[in-house]
Design a protein. Structure first.
Length: 267
């Protein structure tokens, strides 16, 4: 079944049916209902992830697509359509075979009404700066912004040639979430979507910059895959557990798709 054919039922905050519709107005309203002034002033940072019932974050092929579902993909498309910037770690771009992001005609009118560009920026976090340029260039039209801590002159030159000099941001040490968000705010981004992977998610949660976790629980038992990250935060240690508040819950009767507010340790 295609994602455009999946019927969803909303259980939280109220019970209602959300059938597929052009432009997905009900899902757009639901996932854009939070304030645009979260843990980072003037911005909302959402993270979209999928896990199996036993906690695996990828299938045996190391990719999330093998544990996703049409219901998950229906929400995934809406989250991307809302974003000014999609942030992802470099290893995830290689494993998941990312390209530049493509314009989605069914959402262009909404994006224009919100004052957004036709397609979000693709923001890649890469310590080494080594990307699969050939794959990224296969399709799509989005700007690619790279945050990197490499000092390799040849690598930096390649990045600037591919992305444009203004879209390569160098960091002296590690690439911190706060610096990335500060740069994106300067570029006009307010709605930021991170697609992980788990290492990046762990770093951003530990830094206290993630406002909402959009989490799909897939009706699968993956077992021990022996590859890829372990767990949603890939073993990140937190000073103390962070409280989550359910904002919405959707289901197709098999898959459960949650939207959860993440509270800071001082809330």
């Amino acid at each position: 079944m295609k994602s455009s054919e999946v019927e969803l039922t909303q259980l939280i905050p109220e019970v209602r049916s959300i059938p597929p519709a052009p432009g997905e107005p009900a899902l757009v309203e639901l996932y854009d209902s939070g304030p645009l002034d979260g843990h980072t002033a003037g911005m909302r940072v959402q993270v979209n992830m999928v896990v199996t019932a036993d906690g695996a974050v990828t299938g045996r092929d190391g990719r999330t697509g093998s544990i996703s579902s049409p219901a998950d993909m229906r929400v995934f498309s809406v989250l991307r359509a809302l974003a000014d910037a999609v942030v992802v770690g470099a290893s995830t771009t290689r494993i998941e075979r990312y390209t530049r992001l493509s314009e989605k005609p069914r959402y262009v009118e909404q994006r224009t009404a919100r004052g957004q560009r036709p397609v979000p920026m693709l923001v890649i976090i890469s310590r080494s700066g080594r990307l699969d340029f050939e794959r990224l260039a296969e399709k799509g039209t989005s700007d690619v912004v790279v945050h990197t801590s490499t000092t390799d002159a040849e690598v930096l030159a390649e990045l600037r040639d591919f992305c444009g000099a203004e879209n390569v941001v160098s960091h002296q040490d590690s690439v911190t979430p706060e610096e990335v968000l500060r740069d994106l705010r300067a570029r006009g981004a307010r709605r930021v979507l991170s697609e992980g992977g788990p290492t990046l998610l762990g770093e951003w949660v530990a830094a206290g910059v993630v406002d909402e976790l959009c989490l799909t629980i897939s009706p699968l038992l993956a077992g021990e895959t022996g590859i890829g990250p372990t767990g949603l935060l890939n073993g990140t240690r937190l000073a103390s557990p962070l409280e989550l508040t359910p904002l919405s819950l959707l289901t197709d009767s098999r898959t459960y798709i949650q939207r959860l507010a993440i509270h800071s340790a001082t809330d």
